[in-house]
Design a protein around this ligand. Structure first.
Ligand code: M6R
Length: 366
């Protein structure tokens, strides 16, 4: 049932070219200019009229929500707030009838997320579920929704569910942007074509496995890791750190790279590995300066860069090259090496990667 892989997590990581394709199936056909999510169709006018989107989720799904914030704000120009479901439900939040709440959950059973949407529903907001498990509690409690169609995810560490969530949320943001007239047709077309190319690029990124295994071997015994990213790669930094801590039990923190100077830079010395996600995008120059700041303090830099980068390899101890992709779609690619890195480190440390200690696949208690 693990399809020849040693662990479900590895199988699920390698399934991503297919699972991402499944998330797009019937929803996006670039050469026919077809972009349609069945679940959104009836509610599209609500999205068009919405003056705010609230995202509620936990863990990795919350990271997908952060990516959605960047996407919806950039493409559709709708303000988005991303909330930890557990905080939202207890703080007497402002919820309006005109709000759209997007609940993101792989299992569809997360207690805090379910409670958050029940609360929002009671205040008259429209609930849109992005769930993987068909017929799950959150899917049933939602007014409308879109399944991620990633297939069953068994490993406790979420991998293919994350990329499927980001895929669905990207298509939603594109569709809403189009309906709101907020995106140029040429840009939309370009994104549609780029989305269709994502599975092939993920396939390419998966070829980095052997190289990443080598890097994992170098760092497997360290006590700490820092992950830095900017823009669309900031949520990816958080996700990389979460993956590492939950399965390898190494302490890791994800940060927006520019926040480093407000505190975490004090941690950097010659023993601190710093994973910097520094793909070629609009914040490239800025993140190169951040890498210099880390280097000046002798931090050990592992950089995720765009293929062909000839600047960062001069500065970093290790460089992982991923295929070039549109800036807004980069999380789907840059997260892949981070999933593999955490997997290999955890295996080398003898950890139970599919069922890490103290964790359950779905958190049905608060
Ligand atoms: O099923 P959900 O997506 O609602 O689960 C949310 C979190 O419990 C989950 O993402 C958790 O953080 C994962 N173990 C992360 O890999």
């Amino acid at each position: 049932e693990k399809g020849g892989y040693e662990h479900f997590m590895l199988k699920e990581i390698f399934e991503q070219p297919r699972s991402i394709m499944d998330s797009m199936r019937g929803r996006l056909i670039a050469d026919q200019n077809h972009l349609m999510m069945g679940g959104i169709r009836e509610y599209v006018n609500k999205f068009v009229a919405a003056d705010r989107i609230l995202v509620v989720a936990c863990g990795t799904s919350w990271h997908a929500g952060l990516v959605a914030e960047y996407l919806f704000e950039e493409f559709a120009r709708i303000p988005v707030e991303v909330e930890y479901a557990s905080e939202f439900r207890y703080r007497n939040p402002v919820i309006r009838e005109t709000d759209i709440v997007i609940a993101i959950s792989q299992s569809g059973e997360t207690a805090d997320t379910l409670a958050a949407i029940e609360l929002a529903k009671s205040k008259g907001a429209t609930i849109f579920g992005v769930c993987n498990v068909v017929g799950s509690s959150i899917a049933r409690a939602s007014d409308a929704g879109a399944y991620t169609h990633a297939g069953p995810e068994i490993g406790v560490a979420s991998t293919k569910a994350f990329t499927a969530q980001v895929t669905v949320l990207t298509l939603m943001a594109m569709m809403v942007a189009e309906k709101r007239g907020m995106i140029e047709n040429s840009r939309l077309r370009q994104l549609m074509v780029e989305m269709e190319n994502i599975p092939a690029k993920v396939e390419q990124a998966l070829k980095l496995d052997a190289q990443i295994q080598h890097i994992a071997d170098v760092f497997k015994d360290v006590p700490n890791f820092l992950y830095l990213g900017r823009g669309y790669n900031f949520p990816v930094a958080l996700e990389g750190a979460l993956k590492l801590k939950e399965i390898s039990y190494i302490h890791a923190e994800g940060y927006p790279a520019a926040e480093m100077k407000h505190g975490p830079i004090a941690l950097i010395d010659e023993n601190m590995p710093v994973v910097v996600i520094a793909t070629k995008d609009s914040s490239y120059e800025k993140i190169v300066s951040n890498i210099q700041e880390v280097k000046a303090r002798k931090g050990r830099i592992i950089a995720i860069v765009t293929e062909g980068d000839d600047v960062i390899p001069e500065m970093a101890e290790f460089v992982i090259e991923v295929p070039a992709v549109d800036e807004a779609l980069v999380p789907l690619i840059s997260v892949i090496p981070l999933q593999l890195l955490s997997y290999h480190i955890a295996v080398m440390r003898g950890c139970n990667v599919d069922q890490p200690r103290n964790l359950a696949k779905s958190v049905t208690v608060e």
